[in-house]
Design a protein around this ligand. Structure first.
Ligand SMILES: Cc1cc2nc3c(=O)[nH]c(=O)nc-3n(C[C@H](O)[C@H](O)[C@H](O)COP(=O)(O)OP(=O)(O)OC[C@H]3O[C@@H](n4cnc5c(N)ncnc54)[C@H](O)[C@@H]3O)c2cc1C
Length: 364
């Protein structure tokens, strides 16, 4: 029996664990530093691609049952213009506390050992070969690890070019005009990134912004206040904030790189697999986690050392699977940096423009 330690029980870790449980001679141990349900700063938006993948993983129906269904997107430009895009695409919002717990428990139900409250401090190597992990509960031996511990991961450092975005987010009850649409506003205070309103239920939304910090520029709270004042002041008049504002970095890239080290694969945001324009990371975490589990499972069946050259095809698989989406995001980002996006939104009544925007919004 081989033992694989999966570090982190976010979407990447749970997908990796679920995928690995299909290999009969692999023992899967998921180490999560928090106790579930734990808070995750996130808009909790599940794109059409994420829902399709969840279906393939066999959990789509359960996620849909708990989630708030999304049928449209409202996109606003920097000059106040906006368009509502409706299509056959199906998206959803499910609070991450619930989403992540559902997936982690499903991984455990399929045979993974889920250990909560165990923090991994470092990977243990002997002459370059992986021996296990050093944790808050002592050393744990492993034949391989999948690092899925998110944006702040320091466990398998390597040069991974990309942009780290800042975010700030809050929850509100009783905002006016909640519908079945997610709202994205490319306001000047965050451009080329955006602020959003994502409904989690008929009465509750999360509102956030993501942006690239500029030296001497406004801080997160100041930008958020400007955003609320300009876009949502009237609708928030009788709304109540739920808890305080929270922030978290988002580690994005436009090309996946350096996802393997001896005995080690990276998945999800630990590998910067987040869209450079929209900060969508859940689908990429699920897809890369699943691939990592599948790829590692088949190598372990074959036997032999898990050297870096043997693991390298995993990076290529991720590039093939997620790379086109990240590049589309990069394209969208270029568009948002120029007047093209504002122009497209002004021409939003034209069917061809609406199709393009819908595709970019749902796809990227
Ligand atoms: C404000 C904000 C809004 C966002 N909105 C969206 C959105 O609407 N849709 C979307 O698709 N994406 C969104 N994202 C991105 C998305 O949240 C992430 O990309 C996604 O969560 C990455 O999943 P992951 O499994 O790689 O990592 P995470 O979800 O971060 O999970 C990592 C897990 O590892 C655990 N961990 C960390 N360190 C250790 C350690 N040393 N030992 C053990 N466990 C550890 C953590 O507790 C956590 O449970 C948003 C991000 C932010 C910041």
């Amino acid at each position: 029996m081989k033992r694989v330690v999966v570090i982190g029980a976010g979407p990447a870790g749970s997908a990796a664990a679920m995928s690995l449980t299909r290999s009969p001679r692999v023992q899967v141990v998921v180490l999560e530093r928090a106790h579930l349900p734990r808070r995750k700063v996130c808009g909790s938006g599940l794109s059409p691609w994420a829902l399709t993948l969840l279906d393939r993983m066999g959990v789509g129906a359960r996620v849909r049952k708990e989630a708030y269904p999304i049928r449209a997107g409202i996109v606003g430009g920097s000059q106040g213009q906006s368009v509502e895009l409706r299509s056959h695409y199906e998206a959803a919002v499910l609070l991450r506390e619930r989403f992540d717990m559902l997936l982690a428990h499903e991984a455990a139900r399929r045979g993974a050992q889920l250990r909560e409250g165990v923090r991994v401090d470092r990977l243990v190597r002997d002459q370059g070969q992986l021996r296990g992990v050093q944790t808050s509960a002592g050393e744990i031996e492993a034949d391989a690890v999948i690092v899925c511990n998110g944006a702040n991961s320091k466990l398998a450092k390597a040069p991974r070019p990309g942009q780290t975005l800042h975010t700030i987010l809050g929850w509100y009850e009783g905002i006016d005009g909640i519908s079945d649409a997610v709202e994205l506003y490319f306001d000047a205070v965050v451009k080329p990134y955006y602020g959003w309103v994502f409904p989690e239920s008929r009465s509750r939304v999360n509102i956030g912004i993501c942006y690239a910090p500029t030296p001497g520029g406004l801080n997160a709270r100041q930008r958020f206040e400007v955003f609320l004042e300009r876009r949502l002041a009237k609708r928030l008049k009788y709304a109540t904030p739920v808890g305080g504002l929270v922030g978290h970095p988002v580690a994005t890239c436009s090309r996946p790189t350096s996802l393997v080290q001896p005995g080690t694969l990276l998945a999800g945001e630990a590998g910067r697999l987040v869209d450079p324009a929209t900060a969508e990371g859940i689908h990429h975490a699920l897809a890369s986690g699943w691939l990592a589990g599948e790829f590692l499972g088949s190598l372990l069946e074959q036997g032999g050392e898990l050297t870096e050259p043997r693991l390298r095809p995993y990076t290529q698989l991720v590039q093939k699977r997620i790379g086109p989406r990240l590049r589309t995001g990069q394209l969208f980002l270029h568009m948002a940096r120029t007047p093209v996006l504002d122009l497209a939104l002004r021409l939003g009544s034209l069917p061809a423009i609406r199709s393009l925007l819908t595709w970019l919004l749902a796809g990227a």
